[in-house]
Design a protein around this ligand. Structure first.
Ligand code: OMP
Length: 218
């Protein structure tokens, strides 16, 4: 089984990927929702880490630090960096990981970044889902402030949706805005391709309707 199929099977088993009627942050009514928080057991987190690691290795992106924006990105960066070393070997032995604090600390080690220093480093951002691409902007801002150099962004699910101001999908817009690739474990197209045989006629109809409304054809 490919890492994409493995990931989708684990997401279904954990009920992290659900089909029904869901209201998104954008207000759109979606026939599916991906809730990363439900990858919450040792076994499912292991599949998650493997899936991120394979997607990163496949992309061939060269980087020094994996950065997970607080809060959801923190465990993602930690589990993925260890898995990269386990799967990819010595090439990944010195890869660092880092995350930001939500509140600045003025005592102890101080600063708002925990883990590897970002200054002058090639940074890969790791996050969960991209819909309109707004949540990720903060991470790019933090890395810039720390004088790091963001080289790419990896997410688990690319919903491939247009934003309210553009007919292009959000991941493309983010990629153009920052001049870096946005890669994913799976996209909306992968979800449909791998799982369509399991959909009911009604589910397939609402997914097709959603696609027509919000997923660009190119
Ligand atoms: P954007 O900031 O619009 O890219 O939305 C990304 C965020 O939306 C995620 O970090 C989640 O908080 C939330 N979300 C999901 O977690 N899963 C989904 O399937 C869809 C959304 C969403 O609300 O669009």
């Amino acid at each position: 089984m490919s890492y994409k199929q493995n990931f989708l099977q684990a997401a279904l088993d954990a009920e992290a990927l659900k089909f029904g009627t869901f209201t998104l942050k954008s207000g759109r009514i979606s026939p599916y929702f991906f809730n990363m928080g439900l990858f919450s057991t040792a076994k499912t987190l292991n599949v998650l880490a493997e899936s991120y690691a394979h997607a990163i290795i496949d992309s061939g992106i060269e980087f020094d630090v994996l950065f997970g924006p607080a809060y959801k990105g923190i465990p993602l960066a930690a589990i993925t960096v260890t898995k990269l070393y386990e799967i990819g070997g010595d090439k990944y032995a010195s890869i660092g990981y880092a995350f930001n604090r939500k509140e600045k600390k003025d005592h102890g080690e101080g600063g708002s970044i925990v883990g590897s220093v970002l200054k002058g480093k090639k940074v890969l951002i790791i996050d969960d889902v991209m819909t309109a691409g707004t949540a990720i902007n903060e991470a790019f801002g933090i890395i810039k402030e720390e004088q790091g150099n963001t080289v790419a962004c990896i997410i688990a699910v690319d919903r491939m949706e247009t934003t309210k101001d553009s007919n292009e999908c959000a991941t493309k817009i983010v990629s153009k805005r920052y001049g870096v690739p946005v890669i994913s474990i799976v996209s909306f197209n992968d979800i449909v391709k791998v799982l369509q045989s399991k959909f009911t006629t009604e589910q397939m109809a609402s997914i097709d309707e959603y696609r027509k409304k919000y997923i660009p054809t190119i």
